[in-house]
Design a protein around this ligand. Structure first.
Ligand code: ATP
Ligand code: LTN
Length: 335
């Protein structure tokens, strides 16, 4: 890292490899990660340790981790600029998570809405990891002394808790962790389900027509958009009670860069059928080059391995500094 690069603010973020990456993940998270690379020192990870809070099939899990890794590079994550590693390859994360668990209160974790939602969804497996998930997320962020954390709105509560844990630790032992801030992108903050546009598009939704995966084939993408739920007004414009159309206009704007007004003017006098087809085509065009790059990358295991190894080495060196400081302050005997 150069002198000037050293002075840039630090960004950390991660995403779980818990299934196929959707258009919501791409527009809400990934696209921002790519944009931020030039102006910040970015460090990114595939959060595979977090993913086992929900039961994973070993074979599918391994594939999902590699797919997510390759897909992110295909979307524009450049490991020369931004170390991009697999969380389980860097042991400091699990170590600091244990320490932070002892500085996190039961009451605080009980208030996390994601814990409540996921406990309901997976009532047969409410494990301790699901409960302490936010301490691991706090460890991810605090290890790199991150200034900013790009996330969707749904992760804001976890970031607040991270700040509280860091402030508590600093209060006891003196300045150890930088206090991070959430970075919520303006566009694509919340892409809604194509089948129930009052709910967010979510990869764990059982209705496959509710989400579009970045790796969906063009005809699947077209079919899903043609089936998208709209309203009976049949006018392409933003309005109250028009959640479906509002969402489609939002998606169109995100993928083409056109404003809402430009889109409304373009589709003046046209029906929903035409508009849905146009949105589908715009999305197909957007993902086409990503899919082509993905196909090449996923076939090149040696290249992927080189990237995640190199990034994990960098991440270990950096995070070990913070962990050493933490252990010393607590009173552990140095190795
Ligand atoms: P799950 O369905 O398993 O909860 P998810 O699709 O909601 O998964 P996450 O892995 O929880 O996705 O989120 C990854 C990132 O993508 C987060 O930063 C999150 O805020 C963002 N994100 C997820 N869904 C959307 C969406 N519909 N619109 C915008 N951003 C989203
Ligand atoms: N909890 C996040 C994924 C995640 C993360 C992080 C995000 C794990 N560790 C650190 C930002 C910073 C999610 O479910 N989207």
């Amino acid at each position: 890292m150069s002198e000037t690069a050293e002075k840039k603010k630090v960004i950390f973020s991660a995403i779980q490899p818990s299934g196929t990456i959707t258009l919501g993940n791409y527009l809400g998270a990934l696209q921002n990660w790519v944009k931020l690379q030039d102006d910040y020192n970015c460090i990114y990870a595939v959060a595979d340790l977090h993913a086992i809070t929900v039961r994973q099939d070993p074979k599918a899990f391994r594939q999902n981790i590699l797919n997510a890794y390759a897909l992110f590079i295909a979307c524009g994550i450049d490991t020369e600029k931004s170390p991009f590693f697999i969380q389980s390859h860097v042991h400091t994360h699990a170590e600091l998570a244990w320490v932070l668990n002892c500085y996190t209160q039961f009451g605080e974790l009980s208030r996390m809405t994601q814990f409540k939602d996921k406990s309901q969804k997976h009532a047969d497996n409410i494990n301790a990891g699901l409960f302490t998930y936010p301490s691991l997320m706090a460890a991810d962020i605090l290890l790199y002394q991150a200034d900013l954390v790009p996330i969707g709105i749904d992760q804001k509560q976890h970031l607040e808790l991270t700040r509280n844990i860091a402030e508590r630790f600093n209060g006891i032992y003196g300045n150890t962790f930088r206090i991070p801030e959430a970075y919520i992108g303006e566009t694509g903050a919340k892409i809604m389900s194509l089948q129930d546009p009052t709910k967010k598009m979510s990869k764990s939704d059982e209705n496959v027509n509710s989400w579009v995966a970045i790796l969906d084939k063009p005809d699947t993408i077209m079919k899903k958009f043609k089936r998208a739920v709209t309203d009976s007004e049949a006018r392409v414009c933003v309005g109250e009670g028009k959640d479906g159309i509002n969402n489609l206009i939002g998606i169109m704007s995100c993928v083409t860069g056109k404003t809402t007004d430009e889109i409304t003017a373009e589709f003046e006098g046209k029906g929903y059928g035409d508009f849905k087809t146009a949105v589908g085509e715009a999305v197909v065009e957007k993902v086409r080059p990503i899919q082509e790059r993905f196909d090449r990358l996923i076939a090149d295991k040696a290249y992927l391995e080189e990237q995640y190894r190199k990034s994990a080495e960098f991440a270990l060196r950096l995070s070990q500094r913070t962990l050493d400081k933490v252990m010393k302050k607590i009173g552990y005997v140095a190795r």
